[in-house]
Design a binder for this molecule. Structure first.
Ligand code: NOJ
Length: 755
């Protein structure tokens, strides 16, 4: 890869300008099993034989309509280069045969699908997987998804979504890895590796598509498709790093986002897609539009018509037009009129052909029908269950109500206790709900059907019909402990499913109060697509297990955690708000000139209190400041003590220094458990205000009771760099603070200076 680096080392008052910035130092070509030069030569050979219509056809992506005569003709005539949403292997083979054997040049199709958190075997939603803080687990989940989906001919998935998501109103937070760029980078890279494998020509791999490029998570007001305002230094510090990391890890494709940034729609943004992605990062993959996102340049008020939009997108470097027909309708004219150069067109086509070579589709275009439909294997189900277990987050456990004691009589209730469809979460197009194992199924299995006292109380999460609550309460009274499985249905999060009220919908809050009034201990299991406002849940529950929609095997995973055969170790990838209206909420905020302190809340204010009586610092009068449960938070059935941070030196050379930060961690409880040691850094004074903390590393470790281990992280000047007002990546001299802690809100820091 041609990596054009940022300006080379220049040390001065402004600090050190450093290159790169992605977390992965391993820049791997995505040439798959085929040699890179050979691929380029084959591309050129093919390109030289193509008509302009055939070239444009390669850029055209259409949704599946089956192998009907019209579609077969479109494929035969080279009108379409890729298809999304075909998932029947025989149909895929028919269409592919038409492309390979009956089209003039025999260029294979690529079949794509939104395989976001599993194909048939559904894993926890990405936000749930992120709660595991376990890159290996995420890679394994993507591997399983690739194996299942490729077995029907899907060789391109529109995943991972690495949009940094700090606004829980935005439904798409469900599809993200949460609020932090470092976590999203690490987990995004793991997912790319899982999908693409070591050698992408292997028929059981899929090309990853890293989306949405870029800034989509900043949609104003948490409303989908909305505009964003992101200054370039902030874009480069927060929103771009996960994309950069995935590009460096060899991600084969990207997708552009629906939003504009500062008025410039991403689909027309040459600076983003050419200057940064291609020239600075040296990436040579395929940039795909989102669904009709080229066409949307018209309603966005950027392009006068579809032809104008096609011109803007082609010039900016969108290679594939998903479902707006802009290129097939207008590209020929644009080239003939000299508005889009032939070179520009050829470059777009080169990228698409490169992907087809990299996937080995020319050699191996067909689905092996004898080995098709590899779904729900024992191994795949076990991997999904493990992922759900590792993703469950224990938020509260008063009086040690969890794990459930052997022999305890449990009343199971709540609208999500047996929600076969909703447990799978958003983007589970190919899930078959009869395969979902719910909490009720798992309890029946674990305790025996006749022993489980169960009544849902409400039929679904938005249910306001309270008729069933009384019966659930009567049953609950006969038990020793109540397990209330509540939350949000799948349809309340995901694309276009944004909310302003993040509390439990329907009559769930009322139902929980009624359960609490029985006087029995209440364990709430919150199954949801986002961080919700859960003050009512906290007030009325003795214990809370937070599980982002956990997928096919969510039931057994939750039952194992509740019963204690699995010790919870999930940690929040996004903070739980005190109030919905706090959004956007993130731990890595700026300090402000008046950080929250001495807060006097409105309930404490006397009548006719004076103008300055709240203390004039930065907080909300009705809920204070910060998250209710912060980023990185998660309890265990054991306890961990974190010793002081020890630094290898108190000075770091700004050019080529490094510093080691260590911390001894002990399991001080009585059972084996895992903790996530999190490394945070603060740049105390910067030429632009710096966040109060930034995650720079983490490690999940498992310790036996009484066992101690020292975790160790190395920081270099590059880890401390940020983008200054001129968007240069710099490490500035001065004081830095370091924490190694169990979450973003705890621990004591140590300081060092960069000189
Ligand atoms: C729209 C979504 O924004 C994108 O994430 C998805 O991959 C495409 N539709 C294709 O379904």
């Amino acid at each position: 890869m041609n990596k054009k680096l940022f300006p080379s080392i220049a040390f001065g008052l402004l600090g050190v300008i450093v290159a790169g910035g992605a977390i992965s130092s391993c820049v791997k070509s995505v040439a798959g099993g085929d040699d890179k030069d050979n691929v380029e030569a084959r591309i050129e050979a093919l390109l030289s034989q193509m008509t302009i219509e055939e070239k444009i056809g390669q850029l055209n992506q259409l949704t599946g309509t089956g192998a009907n005569p019209q579609r077969l003709a479109e494929v035969r005539n080279g009108f379409v280069g890729s298809l999304l949403n075909e998932v029947d292997p025989d149909t895929v083979n028919k269409l592919q045969r038409e492309a390979v054997e009956n089209s003039r040049l025999g260029i294979p199709l690529i079949v794509a699908r939104d395989v976001i958190h599993g194909f048939k075997t559904i894993f926890p939603i990405p936000l749930g997987q992120a709660s595991s803080w376990d890159p290996a687990l995420i890679e394994e989940g993507a591997r399983v998804a690739a194996d299942e989906a490729s077995s029907v001919g899907v060789r391109w998935t529109f995943s991972p979504m690495v949009d940094v998501s700090r606004d829980a109103r935005w439904g798409r937070i469900a599809e993200s890895f949460g609020e932090d760029p470092y976590l999203a980078s690490t987990l995004g890279v793991a997912m790319v590796k899982g999908y693409q494998g070591e050698d992408m020509t292997q028929p059981n791999t899929m090309a990853a598509c890293v989306k949405h490029f870029v800034g989509y998570g900043a949609s104003e007001g948490g409303k989908d498709y909305n505009t964003t305002w992101i200054p370039e230094p902030h874009l480069r510090d927060v929103y771009l790093p996960p994309f950069h990391a995935c590009a460096d890890a060899g991600a084969a494709t990207f997708m552009c986002s629906f939003n504009d940034i500062n008025g410039m729609p991403t689909n027309a943004d040459t600076h983003l897609m050419r200057d940064i992605l291609r020239d600075e990062w040296g990436w040579d993959g395929v940039m795909c539009s989102d669904w009709n996102s080229i066409g949307q340049l018209v309603p966005q008020g950027y392009s006068a018509d579809l032809k104008d939009a096609a011109e803007a997108a082609a010039k900016a470097g969108v290679d594939v037009d998903m479902m707006s027909y802009a290129y097939v309708s207008h590209m020929k004219d644009l080239v003939e009129q000299g508005k889009v150069s032939e070179k520009t067109l050829d470059d777009l086509v080169r990228n698409v052909l490169r992907l087809k070579f990299r996937l080995g589709l020319f050699e191996n275009p067909y689905v092996d029908t004898a080995n098709a439909r590899r779904f729900y294997t024992e191994g795949n189900l076990a991997a999904a269950q493990h992922a759900a277990e590792q993703s469950a987050i224990l938020l509260k456990n008063e009086g040690g109500v969890l794990p459930l004691k052997p022999g305890v009589r449990v009343a199971l209730t709540g609208p999500m206790m047996d929600a076969k469809h909703d447990q799978n979460g958003t983007w589970s197009f190919d899930a078959e709900k009869e395969h979902t194992v719910t909490v009720l199924d798992a309890f029946n299995d674990m305790y025996g059907k006749d022993k489980v006292v169960a009544a849902p109380g409400l039929t679904y999460s938005r249910d306001t019909d309270k008729a069933g609550i009384a019966q659930a309460v009567v049953k609950a009274r006969t038990a020793d402990v109540i397990v209330f499985v509540c939350g949000e249905e799948a349809v309340l999060s995901g694309e276009a499913h944004c909310r302003t009220d993040l509390t439990l919908p329907g009559a769930q809050k009322e139902m929980l109060k009624a359960l609490k009034a029985t006087g029995k201990p209440v364990v709430s299991v919150v199954m949801t697509g986002r961080p919700m406002e859960i003050n009512d849940v906290v007030a009325n529950s003795d214990a809370i297990l937070y599980c982002f929609h956990p997928g096919t095997m969510g039931g057994p995973a939750i039952a194992n955690v509740l019963s204690g055969s699995v010790n919870p170790s999930g940690h929040l990838p996004a903070g739980i708000p005190r109030a919905s209206a706090q959004a956007p909420l993130y731990y890595s905020h700026k300090n402000t000139g008046r950080p929250a302190e001495g807060m006097v809340l409105m309930d404490e204010l006397p009548q006719e209190a004076g103008q300055t009586s709240t203390g004039c610092t930065s907080f909300y009068m009705d809920c204070g400041d910060g998250a209710l449960y912060p980023f990185g938070y998660g309890l265990s059935y054991t306890d961990f003590s974190y010793g002081p941070v020890v630094l290898s030196t108190d000075k770091m050379d700004a050019k080529d220094g490094s510093i080691r930060a260590t911390c001894e961690i002990e399991n001080t409880g009585s059972v084996k458990g895992a903790t996530v040691a999190q490394l945070y850094v603060r740049d105390v004074v910067g030429s632009l205000c710096r966040p109060v903390k930034e995650l720079k590393g983490f490690e999940k470790i498992e310790l036996a009771p009484g066992e101690k281990r020292t975790v160790s992280f190395t920081l270099t000047p590059d880890d401390l760099a940020f983008h200054n007002a001129r968007s240069e990546r710099v490490t500035e001299p001065g004081e830095f603070r370091v924490w190694i802690a169990q979450d973003s809100a705890s621990g004591e820091s140590k300081s060092f200076t960069v000189e």
